[in-house]
Design a binder for this molecule. Structure first.
Ligand code: ATP
Ligand code: MG
Length: 431
């Protein structure tokens, strides 16, 4: 598609990406913008990152840029850094032994395909997942190369796998989650033949390494379209493979309040992303597991005569361990998640010194956010909710902490011992 027939303007391409494209070309190589950035440019958006494909080998690319690093354990790539921006440069290749984050892609049989088999531009185009992710914008002639029909699919706003859908899902079952994610993010339809095998093959997701699913979880729920992603996962019955405990909990929901609890939490998450507030998977897992954990805890208090705090602690540990078999949640998220769940009974006590120390707890804010949502489950009365809402705004708290948000959200405790620097920004960006 020549320059005159599309709307991509170099003004919407980052100067770093343009520099890399031009330098590769001056070095005598082919250089193309590829993947999500071309798709998003055609849709009139402003891509957040730019990937480049070239016929230069990683070593040749590295040789052209001082500010570059060879990365990837098995699927070798080059990162070229310009300040905070990183441009990823990949060599055309044929086989798809890895996804673009260097996660191993096993074949249906479990055999890992060979890596780093260099190929032509056409080979590279056909190993990609969806047609709309397989467009190349050339810096030589500003034309778009489309080997899979991606331009037409963008116009039709549909996601279509390249090749035989069943075979492509068997090669890499994560493509089912990617279909749901892109449908949500782009507000595209999943084309009928691409959608058809999903429910039947969804069980293949059970064989995907839990660490890879943690990365995928972040992309689904922390990129500003968590609610839409959730709806797609539900529509294609994928939730049961990612969040089996949540899935079972939602199966018993006559009034729909459980569904509304999850949906509201996800809309809040999207709202936070839209307004640039930090988000963390620890809160998302607290939401997804609150119902199952509190249910199990109730059982423990009845059968084992445990206190509610003890029971929540035990149930939290038990169910998080089960969840981690699917999605490997790092301890830095799962421990605070269990903490804010265990803190919930403290909202039942509204007198005495403990209120003050509770308000000063460094996780008070997150615990309160969960507490507010519990209102949708009928677990919190309007009166209680109003009380805590007022108190946490610092209005009804007696003397002492005059209480602006900051004092309460990050109380004194933080300065004590666990000033562990959590990479806040990264936890939001790491999708
Ligand atoms: P986003 O804007 O959400 O990052 P993206 O299209 O850039 O979307 P990535 O996950 O960053 O998606 O992957 C970059 C490109 O790599 C994709 O556009 C696609 O061409 C290719 N790709 C990634 N994962 C796979 C996979 N599992 N199978 C085949 N191709 C893949
Ligand atoms: Mg990308």
């Amino acid at each position: 598609m020549p320059r005159s027939e599309h709307n991509i303007s170099r003004a919407n391409i980052s100067s770093a990406a343009l520099k890399v494209l031009y330098r590769l070309r001056e070095g005598g190589f082919e250089a193309y913008l590829v993947g999500g950035s071309v798709r998003d440019l055609l849709l009139g958006g402003h891509p957040k990152d730019f990937d480049i494909a070239t016929d230069a080998t990683p070593e040749q690319v590295h040789g052209l840029f001082n500010n570059s690093r060879l990365i990837g354990r098995r699927f070798r790539l080059v990162h070229v850094r310009f300040g905070r921006e990183i441009i990823e440069v990949a060599t055309f290749r044929a086989a798809a032994g890895h996804d673009d984050d260097d996660h191993e892609i096993a074949e249906g049989s479990g055999r890992v395909l060979r890596d780093n088999v260099w190929g032509t531009l056409e080979d590279d185009a056909l190993r990609r997942d969806f047609t709309v992710n397989s467009l190349y914008y050339g810096i030589g002639d500003f034309a778009i190369r489309d080997y899979a029909g991606g331009v037409a699919d963008i116009a039709a706003r549909q996601l279509r796998l390249i090749g035989d859908p069943e075979q492509r899902y068997r090669e890499d079952p994560v493509r089912m989650l990617r279909a749901a994610r892109f449908a949500a993010k782009l507000d595209f339809e999943i084309e009928a033949d691409t959608a058809a095998p999903i429910e039947r093959l969804a069980g293949l997701l059970d064989n995907i390494p839990a660490a890879r699913l943690f990365d995928e979880f972040g992309k689904l729920f922390q990129s500003g379209h968590a609610y839409a992603s959730w709806q797609q996962l539900q529509k294609y019955d994928l939730t049961r493979h990612l969040l089996p405990l949540t899935h079972m909990w939602l199966n018993n929901d006559p009034e729909g309040s459980r569904r509304r609890f999850i949906e509201q939490a996800l809309r809040n998450t999207d709202e936070r992303v839209a307004t640039d507030k930090p988000i963390t998977p620890m809160f998302l897992f607290a939401i997804f597991l609150w119902g199952p954990v509190s249910g199990r805890a109730r059982q423990l208090t009845e059968e084992e005569q445990m206190s509610d705090v003890q029971a929540l602690a035990l149930a939290g540990a038990e169910l998080m361990a089960m969840q981690c078999q699917r999605i490997a949640v790092p301890k830095r998220f799962s421990l605070p998640m269990r903490e804010i769940i265990q803190m919930q009974p403290r909202f039942a006590r509204r007198t005495g010194k403990r209120v003050q120390s509770f308000l000063g707890h460094r996780r008070f804010r997150a615990a309160y956010d969960l507490y507010v949502l519990r209102g949708l489950l009928g677990e919190v009365s309007d009166e209680e909710l109003a009380w805590w809402t007022e108190v946490q705004q610092g209005v009804a708290v007696g003397e002492g902490d005059g209480g602006d948000d900051d004092t309460f959200g990050r109380g004194k405790k933080r300065s004590k011992k666990t000033v562990r620097k959590r990479p806040r920004k990264r936890s939001k960006k790491k999708e």
